[in-house]
Ligand binder design. Sequence first.
Ligand code: ZEM
Length: 293
Amino acid sequence: AAPIVHIAALNKDRKIDDYQRIYNKIAEKIREEDEYDGYIGYGPILVRLGWHSSGTYDKTNNSGGSYGGTYRFKLESSDPSNNGLQNAAKFLDPIYKEFNWISHGDLYTLGAVCAVQEAQGPKIPWRPGRVDLPETETPANGRLPDANNGADYVRNFYARLRMNDREAVALTGAHCLGRTHYKNSGFDGPWGAASNSFTNEFFVNLLNEQWKLEKNKSGNYQYDSPKGYMMLKTDYALIQDPSYLKIVKEFANDEASFFKEFASSFQKLLENGIDYPKGAPQYIFKTLDEQDI
Ligand code: ZEM
């Protein structure tokens, strides 16, 4: 079969200000609805939506990925791997109603970029142009990763997304944000103390906490620490594999190097499978703080 081609649509009527306006609306709503999930707020779940709407990508035929915004269809949103993301979709509903000229893929990815930046994470350059595809283009369930696995699985999984070891480790650092919930995934607990700020804490905790593999109340295995933090098996695999371990140590010791690698890997994840025509604009949004809002 001919490879699938997804070309970014250039909309000459829309400029950076139009997208910054949407960014600001999302950022202000994150700020206002700060009580969500025990005062973690909506940032982490918005990052997870951006990731899951992109993480269906398959390099072998260029299918899936963020381009078509197919998360909006029941077939994709009801994938058990997407449990809990309804809250992020509901959060974005009124934003979509107000700015209905934006595509779903652009909105899901812009929401994730906004959430990382507003949590004091790195600037993520972002490019518009994703186009809503019909339901028939929805990828089958089962393309998102299963946490009950070790390093070989993780490396294979990320290869499907065109990610090397360094990119895979950097992306996993997003687990500084948010937490796991029994009702969504059958795991429980946060990865660290600061679940709504973007830092290199995930790597520091991975190296420094006393981890113990335990069977949790849902019958799943997770690593737990005395401080009440947790790690998935796929997280812990990053210190079991020598190549991953080296990168974990680098990011634990050098937050700037983590930020730099995360920014480029996350942009790549959100743009996998999209061809950008010459002259396609790329935007770097200001945070609310930088605008004195
Ligand atoms: Zn996660 N992730 N993830 N992840 N993730 C969870 C939560 C969050 C895996 C995984 O199984 C889980 C990436 C990679 C991988 C976030 C971002 C990113 C949860 C808990 C699980 C089980 C869900 C729940 O119970 O609510 C696996 C196996 C991964 C790779 C092998 C990448 C890459 C991410 C972004 C770049 C975030 C922000 C959360 C927290 C969500 C929340 O609601 O707090």
